[in-house]
Design a protein around this ligand. Sequence first.
Ligand SMILES: NC(=O)c1ccc[n+]([C@@H]2O[C@H](COP(=O)([O-])OP(=O)(O)OC[C@H]3O[C@@H](n4cnc5c(N)ncnc54)[C@H](OP(=O)(O)O)[C@@H]3O)[C@@H](O)[C@H]2O)c1
Length: 297
Amino acid sequence: MRVLITAKNGQLGWELARTAPAELTANNDLLLQDSTELDITNALQVMQRISEFKPDIVINAAAYTAVDKAESDADAAYAVNERGVKNLAQACKEHSAKLIHVSTDFVFDASKNTPYQPGDITGPLGVYGASKLAGEKAAQDILGGDVAIVRTAWVYSVHGNNFVKTMLRLMAEKEQLGIVADQVGTPTSANNLAAALWALASVMHSGSDRLQPLYHWTDLGTASWYDFAVAIQELALEQGLLNKAIPVNPIKASQYPTPAKRPAYSVLDSTALRELTAMSGVHWRKALTLMIKELAQ
Ligand SMILES: NC(=O)c1ccc[n+]([C@@H]2O[C@H](COP(=O)([O-])OP(=O)(O)OC[C@H]3O[C@@H](n4cnc5c(N)ncnc54)[C@H](OP(=O)(O)O)[C@@H]3O)[C@@H](O)[C@H]2O)c1
């Protein structure tokens, strides 16, 4: 199996690199590209790179992920999240490669209060979610059964910027914090997501007829941002990343206005991908513990 990965310096791209099967690296069957080596908005560059490397599978970890900025910069969001994905899908089609594309819980509008299934009706609340949904559609229109889309949520890693690192910084700087308690989802380790994507790549490469067009992947369990923040502080104190506890208070989303509206409930049901890959999944708090321990090393 030959695999090309975009955005090797993003949270997910970096975790895909460090969890890659050893034989791919040993056999020069893995090509990791950062955004300067492969800009997915550059159709010619995308076509050339895929033509030269001839991957069996492309895993797209590249995205415009600035959720709030997207509200005032829709062109930039769509350029990467829709047209960039289209470029990858067209090059994959031309060179008979399959595509694994990563999408988001923000394609949903939080009208449910039970976990979202991959086939549930979408209804993004903002530009970022709408641009990601447009990318899903573009990939499916071009590649049909040769693309698998994996939606995920609340992603963090030891590498890159994320809620965990922001909380650790603020908890060291501030006397107290108010954190949104009426938005619920599932914190997800990019490391676990990467492992699931490698397992999916292997199933896709085997030519399995059990594949579905859309999957969800998160760690297990649910939390509000407030629950997540409380757990981060507890674990960081245990591991010596923080030396004093500060009060963390629950607030309403309406008390913390942001340019982009966020879903109040965006728990994703990952059962189908867990069954396909035979990966049982890990509770988010256990995954967070491992991440905080790694940060503390
Ligand atoms: N983070 C989350 O909480 C979250 C939640 C749900 C879904 N997701 C999805 O999960 C996937 C991975 O996200 P992540 O957390 O790893 O994001 P991230 O850390 O923000 O990384 C995004 C990467 O995309 C690259 N990129 C941006 N524009 C590009 C372009 N034109 N060509 C090539 N690369 C480009 C960036 O490179 P530069 O930095 O060099 O620009 C960066 O390395 C994305 O599809 C995202 O939509 C993330």
